[in-house]
Design a protein around this ligand. Structure first.
Ligand SMILES: Nc1nc2c(c(=O)[nH]1)N[C@H]1C(S)=C(S)[C@@H](COP(=O)(O)OP(=O)(O)OC[C@H]3O[C@@H](n4cnc5c(=O)[nH]c(N)nc54)[C@H](O)[C@@H]3O)O[C@H]1N2
Ligand SMILES: Nc1nc2c(c(=O)[nH]1)N[C@H]1C(S)=C(S)[C@@H](COP(=O)(O)OP(=O)(O)OC[C@H]3O[C@@H](n4cnc5c(=O)[nH]c(N)nc54)[C@H](O)[C@@H]3O)O[C@H]1N2
Ligand SMILES: [Mo]
Length: 749
């Protein structure tokens, strides 16, 4: 196991003493020793090991925390949890003998837990003037005072009979269940979470073609991987991903990566094809054209299980490699070779994530890419694109009814919109005051839209129009800088939750607190439960809904009614606090559906969308004023805008750069390390230039998440925020925020 042992000082946040401890930091993804914790926890002297689930990103990788004298001293992978091992049951049993994986962000989480820059007390703004460079002039207040203030604000909305003036935003796995219940009980339809600024194009496209929202390839057992704008070796969502892709390669699979830049995944590929941003749809259609024209498709599968093929074939007639070359910049002969290789190396998987997904045409591009799997019939079989069936938790124990009022963000206007809402449109309506009614109070939990949404200037101005903003965060984020009241959040090691997703067979894992909240904070869920009780919010039977229900009861209820049918106590007692189904990964599940399930090539249930995955150019194209595409991506050492104050991660990477191709740099007489200004129609930032052949000559790019004005001493004023340059764009079909669609120019400072 490759680890770097560091000695550092624990800042004990309960103001006891400084303690000296050690922690293991992974310098890359690593395989931990096989861990077989006994039921619940194991005591060795004063040391306790407790299984839980990471939440440094949404992936929820299994973790074993060692707690020494009440201080978390070590985090290691939990081999009982499939997320760090493999996404199929066969692969899980094959791989688990070698241990499980965590990523650098997960391994550094202790430093986030004990970060002295964390917010410790509720903070009330005293300066009514708002802006991210304006001092809010915080006043520390007690939890009781803070809850009373919020209660008053919410009570006023109830008294005035306009509960819809409340909107909530949160991360997409943290307590969305209770947040939704709270909003329903309160009477507002405006419950939203971050999926629509994340990967709704992929989810919606997958649903429309394959019938499931989150298909996941059996990479370990395939023979060809074709990845469009997905960098799983660095943007590690589930810690098994780098492992199964590299194991697949070791088993003889080819890997081809389509990306405007030489990503970490491209670095492991047999071929990297640099593409012009936003043109993946054209490439995928041309690949389909060649496959169909040369009769390389799987006719039997298509006849038995799909509809619309004949018309699709016609639609593809003019989507030739030569047509696509002009659009995407990849030579037509390369396209032909790729199509033949893909079709003849079965099982072959084509997959896509947010590279194309966060640009116009992302929905149709993703559809065209998923359809490649359908054309070769590689769906839901070993080595195929799997029809992932999610583990189902039981319904909430709280009986609510959904508000009949129209949503503020106009979600209903998006034919493939997602229940998480449309952040971009909520901001637009707020900014222009064009919503169906005024909004007054907003909650942001584990969300930093001022940095994470396109066009930060507009986001700031929009948020300034709200009457009262509550932010629940561990830092004074840029969004918190605009808040009226900030409540200290918890780090996952201080709270509970149930985690499932990211595998092709069913499992559920327990996130359990390994230490008490360090500053006596209420965990995020409990804030909402407490407010519901203070406001005496009633369920449909007229009973105060959360009166006798703790979050533990709530989880217990949902677990008992889940696919696992177990109690919370049982889950806690299982090895690694994980329940895994005895039923192994099921293949060809569509065959069990009595021929009723078709893969949809043409027809879509909802009107208003193109019958076939047409290609349309992006709204933002280079012109003489803004000649370069600008894209952004995730760095392995950071999660979005949330980890930049972690000292270990900041040591690995503490700022972003603007990457440029040597040809382009030469033509503009720029040198490596030059300080430059980047201008877009919406904003300007200062950046440091890095010259690399690993980026398309017409494209500039950067890691996103940097450029903090708030946060703490490690994060503040390091690098630049790319979202200051982006335009406030959402995809017309899904409502997805388009973070990778802008053009810029650059000048020397
Ligand atoms: N380390 C780390 N891992 C993470 C996260 C994190 O913040 N940090 N976040 C998690 C989340 S929420 C998500 S949604 C996933 C996302 O995972 P990914 O989809 O891999 O995310 P990105 O890095 O944004 O984009 C992937 C690639 O798309 C490329 N790209 C940009 N534009 C285009 C284009 O037009 N066409 C093509 N073909 N490629 C393009 C970028 O250069 C980048 O290499 O990652 C998850 N994992
Ligand atoms: N330009 C550009 N923009 C992008 C992307 C991109 O690739 N390029 N990627 C997009 C994607 S895929 C996504 S998913 C979104 C993510 O965007 P967001 O969902 O807004 O996530 P973050 O930016 O990480 O902000 C999370 C906030 O939560 C706080 N936080 C972290 N952990 C906790 C916790 O445990 N409890 C509490 N209460 N608070 C916590 C952090 O301090 C931070 O302020 O960004 C999107 N924005
Ligand atoms: Mo995301």
């Amino acid at each position: 196991m490759m680890t770097l042992n560091k000695t550092f000082k624990w800042f004990d946040c309960n103001r006891r003493e400084f303690l000296v401890g050690t922690a293991a930091l992974g310098t890359s993804l690593l395989l931990g020793d096989s861990l077989k914790p006994k039921a619940d926890s194991l005591r060795v002297g004063e040391e306790v090991t407790i299984p839980t689930c990471c939440h440094m990103c949404g992936g929820g990788t299994g973790v074993i925390a060692t707690v020494r004298d009440g201080v978390v001293s070590k985090l290691e992978p939990n081999v009982d949890n499939p997320i760090g091992v493999c996404n199929t049951s066969t692969g899980y049993y094959e791989n688990s003998k070698y241990g499980a994986a965590m990523c650098p962000r997960g391994l550094s989480a202790i430093m986030s837990l004990y970060d002295p820059d964390r917010i410790k007390k509720p903070m009330l703004r005293t300066n009514p003037k708002k802006g991210i460079s304006i001092d809010p002039e915080w006043q520390e207040i007690s939890w009781e005072e803070a809850l009373e203030i919020i209660q008053d604000k919410l009570k006023k909305l109830l008294d005035e009979n306009r509960p819809e003036a409340l909107i909530t935003f949160s991360e997409n796995s943290l307590f969305t269940d209770v947040q939704r219940d709270f909003c329903h009980l309160f009477g507002t339809p405006n419950v939203s979470f971050h999926t629509n600024i994340c990967s709704v194009t992929r989810k919606s496209a997958a649903k429309s073609v394959l019938g499931v929202e989150e298909p996941l390839g059996d990479y370990q057992h395939c023979k060809f991987m074709l990845l469009f704008g997905w960098n799983p070796l660095s943007a590690v969502k589930w810690a098994h991903l780098p492992q199964i892709i590299l194991n697949g390669k070791q088993n003889g699979s080819k890997l081809v990566v389509i990306d405007p830049r030489f990503s970490e995944t491209a670095a492991k590929a047999d071929k990297w094809l640099p593409i012009l941003p936003g043109t993946d749809g054209a490439l995928a259609l041309a690949l389909a054209h060649v496959i169909v024209k040369e009769n390389l498709h799987n006719e039997r599968f298509i006849n038995d299980w799909t509809e619309g093929f004949k018309e699709y074939k016609e639609f593809l007639t003019d989507k030739t490699p030569e047509w696509a070359e002009k659009i995407c910049g990849i030579p037509s002969d390369e396209i032909q070779i790729l199509a033949r290789e893909f079709a003849s190396n079965q099982p072959a998987i084509a997959d896509v994530w947010v590279g194309p997904g966060q640009q116009s045409n992302g929905f149709n591009a993703s559809r065209a890419i998923f359809l490649l799997n359908v054309l070769v019939g590689n769906v839901d079989q070993p080595g195929g694109m799997m029809l992932t069936e999610e583990f189902k938790l039981g319904n909430s124990p709280i009986q609510t009814s959904q508000s009949k009022t129209k949503r503020f963000d106009g979600l209903e206007n998006f034919p493939f919109g997602h229940r998480s809402g449309v952040y971009v449109e909520a901001i637009r309506h707020l900014y222009h005051q064009s919503g169906p009614y005024p909004l007054e109070v907003a909650f942001f939990t584990m969300s930093n839209p001022v940095l994470s949404l396109p066009n930060s200037n507009i986001v700031v101005d929009a948020l300034k129009k709200l009457n009262f903003i509550v932010v629940i965060d561990n830092y004074i984020s840029e969004t918190a800088l605009l808040a009226d009241l900030v409540l200290p959040g918890t780090i996952y090691m201080e709270r509970s939750g149930l985690v499932t997703r990211g595998t092709n067979w069913k499992y559920v894992a327990l996130r359990q607190p390994v230490v008490e909240p360090l500053f006596g904070q209420l965990p995020e869920v409990d804030i909402f439960i407490e407010l519901a009780n203070r406001l005496e919010l009633k369920d449909i039977q007229g009973k105060v809904a959360f009166k006798d229900i703790s979050y533990e009861d709530y989880m217990d209820y949902r677990l008992q009614k889940s696919d696992a049918g177990i109690t919370l106590a049982e889950l806690k007692s299982f090895s690694g606090a994980v329940w895994r189904s005895n039923e192994e990964t099921q293949f060809e599940k569509y065959k069990l559906r009595n021929n009723k399930f078709h893969f949809s090539i043409s027809t879509l249930d909802l009107g208003n969308v193109d019958k076939f995955p047409v290609f349309r150019q992006r709204k933002w194209m280079p012109d003489s004023n803004y000649p370069f595409y600008l894209i952004s991506w995730k760095h392995i050492s950071h999660t979005h805008s949330r980890t930049q104050n972690n000292p270990y991660l900041s040591e690995l990477k503490n700022q972003n750069f603007l990457y440029i191709n040597p040809e382009t740099a030469k033509s503009l007489s720029f040198n490596d390390g030059d300080r430059i200004r980047v201008n877009s129609p919406y904003g300007r930032v200062t950046a440091t230039l890095r010259i690399t052949p690993g980026i398309h000559p017409k494209v500039l790019g950067t890691e996103w998440g940097f450029g903090h004005k708030g946060f703490g001493k490690y994060a503040k004023d390091k690098g630049f925020s790319v979202n200051h340059l982006n335009g406030l764009l959402s995809d017309e079909i899904t409502g997805q925020a388009l973070h990778k669609e802008i053009c810029v120019n650059i000048e020397k400072l």
